[in-house]
Write a protein that binds this ligand. Sequence first.
Ligand SMILES: Nc1ncnc2c1ncn2[C@@H]1O[C@H](COP(=O)(O)OP(=O)(O)OP(=O)(O)O)[C@@H](O)[C@H]1O
Ligand SMILES: [Mg+2]
Length: 341
Amino acid sequence: MDTKEIILDVKNLNTTFISDRKEIRIVKNVSFQLKRGTALAVVGESGCGKSVTMNSIMRFLGKNARVEADNIQYNALRDGKVTEYHLEKIKDPNGPEMRALRGPDMSMVFQDPMSSLNPVYKVGDQVAEGLIQHTGMKKKEARVKVLEMFRKLGIPDPEERIDNYPHQFSGGMKQRVVIAIAMICNPELIICDEPTTALDVTIQAQIMELLKDLQVKEGKSIVLITHNMGLVAEMADEVCVMYMGRVVEFGSLEDVFDRTSHPYTKALLRSVPVLGLADGQKLETIPGSTPNPANLKPGCEFADRCPECTAACREKDIPTFEISPGHRVRCLKYKNFPEVD
Ligand SMILES: Nc1ncnc2c1ncn2[C@@H]1O[C@H](COP(=O)(O)OP(=O)(O)OP(=O)(O)O)[C@@H](O)[C@H]1O
Ligand SMILES: [Mg+2]
């Protein structure tokens, strides 16, 4: 692996939730790489494990989660030099090692801006907090930086707005504040978990443009979890398709959109509005529903819903095949291609 080129390398990530009675593995052998300065979209139906995957990487999960992986490697690039961090080896998810990375190196933007903002503190103070914590910067100096960030993110009248409380902001502006919090320590890696679902279409487009700018102009690396295939088409360099806690297809935007290979991805693309869909063209829904993760049968998890399913699909775990460089599909249709893990 070229650590200068790859910012995040995840290999065989497994996340299990433990309750009194049972253990359920929600994320299963997830592997992917994020190239530095690019955007990766993570897509898949609700409940497929997109958030749990990213929260596992950021080590945001509580004590009832067991995160195991061969590798969760974050390669920081500072002054042309790469420093490798093995996040899977960090024992305490809230200890100093992880806290030092969250903010200045990797940051997360959550779906609901209200849950990320504290209603009783001024927005400016909430943005400044990370900066003061991580750099020891004085309040006055931090305020200047926050104003700069507000301007950069298109928050109007920053001098006045900086002293407002969250309820004085509209949804779109609140989301900008959340992005400001994520960006204030200048992280290289930004993970956005459906950052615009709560917003209307115009605001959504503005926020996305802003993220795209951060990637293209400032070289940030972005993971974008979304249900919106239009956004994927506009934003992503690569696409990771998940189903029932597994990566079922991974490839460049062109691989996944134009040379769609997994039957699930095909169904997903047919079932969601894509920009440019001809007027009157009807959307299909994916027949059937996702199986219960606590009660899985052997073989491919998509078998019961798959129009191309064969007996072999129900026998044992399905390997992943590389059907062209970087285009990986977890489906037996491609069993003549080389297996990758
Ligand atoms: N803390 C938790 N404890 C137990 N199970 C959990 C926990 N968090 C998530 N899950 C389960 O893990 C599965 C995947 O959830 P996850 O939130 O990652 O889905 P998602 O792909 O992000 O869905 P959505 O698109 O709706 O956000 C779900 O079945 C969910 O119920
Ligand atoms: Mg989610």
